[in-house]
Design a protein around this ligand. Sequence first.
Ligand SMILES: *Cc1c(COP(=O)(O)O)cnc(C)c1O
Length: 246
Amino acid sequence: MNDPVIENLTHILDRIARACEASGRPADSVKLLLATKTVPADRIRHALLAGQTLIGENKVQEIRDKYEALSDIPHQTHFIGHLQTNKIKDVLKYNVSCIQSVDRLELAEKLEQRLAFEGRHMDVFIQVNTSFEGSKFGVAPEAALDLVRQVACCGHLHIKGLMTIGLFSADNEQVRKCFRLLKSIQSQIISENIPGVGMAELSMGMSGDLETAIQEGATIVRVGTAIFGERIYPDSYYWNEGQDNS
Ligand SMILES: *Cc1c(COP(=O)(O)O)cnc(C)c1O
């Protein structure tokens, strides 16, 4: 079977480059994160061997399953899924360099506890629910600043920016509103000058809306389908897990 990953990757890099150019942004101001949920390790390998360096997984189980097979290729792994507190110990076993989905104080505090115990630090993004859809995780926009202040007090967590999943809509202007909202929250947080809080990164934009996200200031776009093809599982399988209140 001829794996189209390389061809698709070339096309995505081209889309990113064009969007940067159209927005008057330098081509290297946007990083590509490969959203690799459900993608087998050998297909991820192709993309990494072609020069990609950043992948994002939604489930600890999948990180674990692919860890060995990818361990000989230099790359970074970000966690981009809903993180249940009972998976914290596990997610820290696999060399994850950033957790993009910190969306509640309880999670931050338990992460902080475990990292302190292990004598380690972790980069994190605060995930904001900019689409106001109940089915997606993320702190409410109006509560984001407070959460940032609280997470800033966790000495083993280093906030580097914000993450959001835009509205699923064919109406581009509705999607754009989500990205603008994230950008405005970023600006507000920056203006607060909170010690120890980095706000350089905006992780937003996926296969269908990366151009809009780049226009609105994305520094990381997370692309799955447009590189690896359609997934068998609906995204609700990844996004609608019951909230854990443990
Ligand atoms: C699956 C996923 C993506 C990628 O979505 P595509 O539409 O397949 O590009 C991005 N971000 C998150 C959090 C995801 O779960």
